[in-house]
Design a protein around this ligand. Structure first.
Ligand code: 5AD
Ligand code: SF4
Length: 484
């Protein structure tokens, strides 16, 4: 950057990023006048809903700058990987993509590659990119992804071939930047960032930092705005929504007047917003899912009848080693309380196999929980060592033993979830239509409030609307239906 540029740069956000979006826009204009078309981008997103939400913001910034979205990664002039590092295979996926883009970049001189997200919060990985992937143009992390325009401008206006900026902790919280949503009828809304739980296997607290909650005012305002824009379904997002309110990013009148304000209060306030017809949340931690929350769900029909309640293991011994802070019995008692007040709710979970010290008996406890709860869906994972977490130092279970346990657990999960999710067969349910079906011409795909998918004959006009659908036939975690 020249000195003259520095003089005009605003210090405060989001004005500063606005400034850099304008500067980058000038670059795009030049590109258009010499190439006759706008440069294209592709944001490749790995991992969870948080990353998906961050990618909507990255996409918004790029479109504001003047980039157009490419259909495929390999066609784009600027590819950004928003990475996940929760398991090692997520890391390997990134290296696979980078390998194939390297050749592409050799033949395409203006191409840019950026990497951001959770994986970049690990210093050894950034060192590896710096040394072995010198063709990567931008590297940034989870705490400064809002600075995309500034970092891009530094790259294209200066002499640095590789611009790396990763912060160890958040400096400012910047909302209100452009964003482009994937759907125009449903949206995620961040209610908090970070995690303080330190489950011993998990890298998230290290790469997403300590818990920070947005004020109720800020969240309510965002949801009201979404409602005015025609959004009908909201998903409240946080690593552990039950600890919402621990540490607020800004002062809040609502909190001043009610210091005990917590997640159930927020959920209830969101349900009051006119125009919003369905409210979801992700993810509650079983250790602190309160009866108050169950009651709020029960008395607010807008709250989707779906609770994703990650169990991780059914063995009290393993749960203790994982620092989950509940026992097998606590978890089952919680499930009973939920079922008593929300009999039609769909319960789903995450389960991990092969955590250090796990024995056959521990696996049997997990299988027992799966059968007793009767999940509608369970995401099963093989434990993956994350360097720097306490579990990485514990004695590991041999891979062949883990693989065998994993496939046995999967068999049970498939059997249980097929049976459980089929219980709605023959009923008529309200479905929010999401998209045309990829595989069957003339069919649309929608989602019930319990999160189960339904495919049925319909056309594009239905997308974004609620329709009543008769659930004709259950097929595992989806139904084939017909409009009622
Ligand atoms: N290995 C395997 N699975 C993991 N998860 C989190 N950390 C690990 C790990 N080290 C799983 C948990 C969590 C989900 C998002 O990812 O089941 O709920
Ligand atoms: Fe990871 Fe546990 Fe926090 Fe979830 S609650 S993000 S599993 S540390």
């Amino acid at each position: 950057m020249d000195n003259k540029d520095f003089i005009n740069v605003p210090i405060n956000e989001p004005a500063r990023q606005q400034y850099f979006m304008d500067r980058c826009h000038e670059y795009v204009e030049e590109y258009i006048s010499s190439n006759g078309k706008a440069p294209t981008f592709y944001v490749s997103t790995f991992g969870c809903q948080m990353n998906a939400r961050d990618s909507e913001k990255l996409t918004g910034i790029l479109e504001k700058i003047g980039y157009c979205e490419a259909e495929k990664e390999e066609d784009a002039d600027f590819v950004i990987f928003n990475t996940c590092t929760v398991r090692e295979n997520a890391n390997q996926k990134l290296y696979g993509h980078l390998g194939s883009l390297k050749k592409k970049k050799e033949t395409k001189k203006d191409m840019l590659i950026g990497i951001c997200g959770c994986m970049m919060q690990q210093p050894d990985i950034v060192d590896h990119i710096r040394e072995s992937y010198r063709f990567v143009d931008l590297v940034f992390g989870t705490f400064n992804f809002y600075k995309l325009a500034e970092l891009l401008y530094t790259r294209i206006s200066g002499n640095e071939k590789q611009v790396i900026e990763v912060l160890k902790a958040p400096e400012v919280n910047v909302e209100n930047l452009p964003e482009r949503k994937k759907f125009n009828f449903k949206s995620g809304v961040n209610i908090m960032y970070g995690c303080n739980n330190f489950c011993t296997y998990c890298i998230v607290p290290y790469v997403r930092g300590r818990e920070r909650s947005r004020t109720p005012e800020d969240i309510i305002e965002e949801v009201k705005k979404l409602s005015r824009e025609g959004f009908v379904e909201i998903m409240l997002l946080g690593q552990n929504v039950n600890s919402y309110g621990v540490n607020f990013l800004e002062e809040s009148e609502i909190i001043k007047n009610n210091p005990d304000y917590s997640f159930p209060d927020l959920l209830e306030d969101i349900c009051q917003i006119e125009g919003i017809r369905r409210v979801r949340f992700m993810t509650p931690h079983p250790k602190d899912l309160s009866d108050k929350l169950i009651d709020v769900i029960a008395r607010n029909p807008k709250v989707a009848r779906h609770i994703h309640l990650p169990v991780q293991s059914g063995s009290t011994k393993i749960l203790k080693a994982m620092n989950r802070r509940y026992t097998k019995e606590d978890y089952l008692a919680l499930v009973d309380r939920i079922k008593a007040k929300l009999p039609d709710a769909s319960l789903t979970t995450d389960i991990m196999v092969g955590f250090p010290g796990e024995t056959e008996e521990d696996l049997q406890d997990t299988i027992d929980v799966v059968r007793k709860v009767g999940y509608d869906q369970a995401f099963t994972f093989i434990y993956s060592i994350r360097t720097g977490t306490p579990a990485a130092e514990m004695e590991q279970v041999p891979a062949d033993v883990v693989n065998d346990r994993f496939s046995r657990l999967l068999d049970v999960v498939r059997e249980v979830s097929a049976k459980s999710s089929a219980r709605f067969e023959g009923q008529t349910k309200e479905v929010l239509v999401e998209c045309m079906n990829d595989h069957m011409d003339g069919y649309v795909t929608g989602r019930m409030d319990n999160n189960i998918l339904v495919h049925f004959p319909g056309d594009e006009k239905l997308i974004g609307s609620f329709v009543n659908v008769k659930l004709d036939e259950a097929h595992g975690f989806y139904y084939m239906g017909t409009m009622a």
